[in-house]
Design a protein around this ligand. Structure first.
Ligand code: BTN
Length: 326
């Protein structure tokens, strides 16, 4: 194990307590100056380590930063997050950064993470609240599937299922999906997904899957305009949740469903999507570019299209919009 990683494992073992420079240098058979230099590197990476000439070093208990090494530890994926994780304290938008990386040839499985965003982007040109550093997950995955652009909306539905499953496996909350890809708890939005696709000729060049998830955000941190509509795991459970653990599980579930997707098992994904969305048979209203369509949801087809029957029995196929339950 590299000296820096070994040092980190010693500090983690004693997390929240002081460890003297002398004992570390003895345990690791390196000079105290070497210890000091590696601590400085770990601090640069983002670890919250206190130093005192008398007491030594202390790794803070409450450091739950989304550091690449922390995420990779115990991550069971083969591709996503396994190789390239680009981590930033602040970005305009992880989707924008991922776009630059993808244009520069970044490979499938690359993950971009930011502790906060200054211009987080939501669906339909909206803004995504992401300024509360340390409270949320703001991440974008780069995909390079060999497929035609027509199938891209399926990736969005697949991601919603993966994120919902990740949450259900970790917290006891009534997680629901709202078409096409909002993750809700008791009608309030916990997470959103923004899929952006770039094509070349008739094939997908790359797809960006952006995930915004409110984890430890207290209610008062949300801007007033969305306070009634948004929620977080902290608001729902009253307890802080490890963001590292959550993003790790999201990556694992994502990879699992992406594999299924590539194996043409989309019908089982959509089946699970329908179970989690509970929308089929409900009366809804959908806003599509200034127009409201009302009716009963007959189905979500295999392309993720919403099939709506209005009160005169006419069928409409809706590709994208904002749903409200009637
Ligand atoms: C929505 O409107 O529901 C989608 C929100 C998606 C937000 C995430 S946060 C990480 C990634 N970067 C962005 O700028 N947006 C997505």
């Amino acid at each position: 194990m590299a000296t820096k990683d070994l040092l980190l494992s010693y500090l983690k073992e004693k997390r929240g307590a002081w460890v003297s420079g002398e004992s570390l240098s003895n345990e690791m058979s390196v000079s105290r100056t070497a210890i000091w230099k590696h601590v400085r590197k770990l601090k640069e990476e983002g670890y919250l380590i206190k130093s005192s000439p008398k007491k030594g070093y202390l790794l803070s208990r409450d450091s739950d930063l989304l550091l690449p090494n922390e995420i990779r530890e115990r991550l069971s994926t083969r591709v996503f997050g396994k190789m390239d994780i680009h981590y930033f304290k602040e970005l305009d938008s992880t989707n924008m950064k991922a776009k630059n990386l993808a244009e520069g040839g970044a490979r499938e499985g690359t993950v971009v993470i930011a502790e906060s965003q200054t211009a987080g982007r939501g669906r339909r040109g909206r803004e995504w609240f992401s300024s509360s550093s340390g409270n949320g997950i703001y991440a974008t995955l780069i995909l390079r599937p060999a497929m035609s652009p027509i199938g891209a909306p399926r990736i969005t539905l697949m991601t919603a299922v993966a994120v919902a499953e990740a949450l259900l496996s970790l917290v006891e909350l009534d997680v629901k999906i709202k078409w096409p890809n909002d993750i809700l708890i008791k009608g309030r939005k916990l997470a959103g997904i923004l899929t952006e696709i770039t094509t070349e000729m008739d094939a997908v060049n790359y797809i960006l899957v952006g995930l915004g998830l409110n984890v430890n955000t207290p209610s008062e941190s949300f801007p007033k305009e969305i306070r009634e509509k948004a929620t977080s795991i902290f608001i729902e459970t009253g307890a802080q949740f490890s963001r590292t653990r959550l993003i790790r599980t999201c990556l694992e579930q994502f990879e699992k469903y992406y594999e299924m997707f590539k194996e043409n098992e989309f019908s089982s994904i959509i089946h699970r999507w329908k179970q989690l969305s509970d929308i089929v048979g409900k009366n809804i209203s959908v806003g599509v570019i200034g127009q409201e369509h009302m009716g009963e949801v007959v189905d979500i087809d295999d392309d993720g299209v919403l099939i709506l029957k209005d009160d005169q029995g006419r069928i409409q196929r809706i590709i994208s919009g904002d749903v409200t339950l009637c």
